[in-house]
Design a binder for this molecule. Structure first.
Ligand code: AQP
Length: 344
């Protein structure tokens, strides 16, 4: 199989509470990339079970992420949408990468430290090796680009390190088997714009996250207009009016976050938002932000509900996507096994 020149891969975990950070930091970028790239978008359910998932909820959450993809404008006929556990090769390649990656590399991963917290001994082995599975997701399709939020930067660097070590360890076989100098590409992350790290509405120092115990910390894609307005009204801010400059804004994390959300929703920059709102109180800014958020999210939410009410169609999209993803995955794994020296 020849190395594709513009293939995008990315994923979202079906862990419930899909939020504005997931949308602005990832899903909206997925949509935009469809015009210029061949895209593969995955509901990463194998990643989800690295922490406990209620079996009675998991299926619904898988469909919800799929519904969010479709409602946001991802076209499953032109591109591929599927859930990870349907393709056994993700876990198979992850095993190979567990043998390529070094313990020291994984020990440096900050997301594991944050998620495992103080109780490291009790974290699953899967949570520790999460980044090698993520590398397998991406490299199984030899993707050239991965749109993600800022929190995934370190995992993308590890993916590049794993690809480089595999290419180096097996360089003779890779060349001899006609793949040129390297088999896996050096995948480029796409992390840009004002929404690479949306922060909690309750704490400007914490990332907006699905697992935050406070529902007021995030706007979810299924919140109705009143809930969105309430959450923005209650968002933590400081008493000063909005500043004139980006420099001043930087020193005020909660204000910076709300201006960043406004800019991302309006598809412009923070400077443009400040030029409109500098000197105004939050009592004027927050209703304008709520109105914009509702305008942008309500159509997505309505479309998500439509898909969620039709699980048979969602499942058909996932099955069709899996069939097309599997064809690529099988080919890659066949070549990887030959490179390693396994008998077929
Ligand atoms: N706050 C965020 N701002 C911008 N982008 C974000 N992403 C997540 N949070 C933000 C991006 O969304 C994509 C999907 O994320 P995920 O579902 O794979 O897992 P995550 O990063 O662990 O998401 P959460 O919401 O923060 O969940 P928990 O609470 O479990 O940690 C990724 O591209 C991610 O960068």
């Amino acid at each position: 199989m020849t190395q594709p020149s513009n293939r995008v891969f990315s994923g979202v975990q079906p862990t419930g509470n899909l939020h504005l950070g997931n949308y602005l930091g990832a899903i909206r970028k997925f949509v935009a990339l469809q015009n210029s790239h061949e895209c593969i978008y995955c509901v990463v359910d194998l990643h989800a079970v690295t922490v406990w998932q209620d079996p009675a909820e998991l299926g619904k959450n898988i469909r919800e992420v799929t519904a969010a993809f479709l409602a946001s404008g991802i076209d499953p006929r032109k591109h591929i949408v599927f859930n990870q556990s349907q393709i056994a090769q993700h876990a198979e390649l992850a095993w190979v990468f567990n043998c390529v990656a070094r313990m020291g590399w994984l020990n440096r991963m900050t997301q594991f430290k944050e998620k495992a917290g103080k109780d490291k001994e009790n974290a699953s082995v899967g949570l520790f090796s999460y980044p090698t599975l993520m590398a397998a997701d991406i490299l199984l399709y030899r993707a050239t680009h991965v749109p993600v939020g800022d929190d995934q930067k370190q995992h993308l660097e590890l993916t590049r390190d794993i690809a480089a070590k595999f290419n180096n360890d097996f360089s003779k076989q890779i060349t001899a088997q006609g793949h040129g100098e390297s088999y896996f590409p050096q995948t480029e992350p796409i992390i840009e714009g004002p929404a690479t790290r949306i922060m909690s509405l309750r704490d400007g120092a914490k990332k907006m996250s699905k697992s935050d115990p406070s529902d007021l910390s995030r706007i979810t894609l299924t919140d109705d207009a009143d809930t969105i307005a309430k959450k923005i009204r209650k968002a933590k801010t400081d008493p000063a009016p909005l500043p004139e400059t980006l420099e001043e804004l930087k020193a005020r994390p909660e204000a910076d976050n709300l201006v960043g959300i406004y800019a991302a929703l309006a598809e412009t920059g923070k400077a443009e938002i400040l030029s409109e709102f500098a000197g105004k109180e939050f009592s004027a800014f927050k209703p304008a932000l709520a109105e914009l958020a509702v305008e942008k999210l309500a159509p997505i939410s309505a479309e998500m509900t439509r898909w969620m009410d039709d699980p048979t169609s969602v499942d058909a999209v996932l099955r069709d996507g899996a069939d097309r993803a599997r064809a690529i995955a099988e080919e890659t794994m066949k070549e990887v096994k030959a490179i390693i020296g396994f008998l077929s």
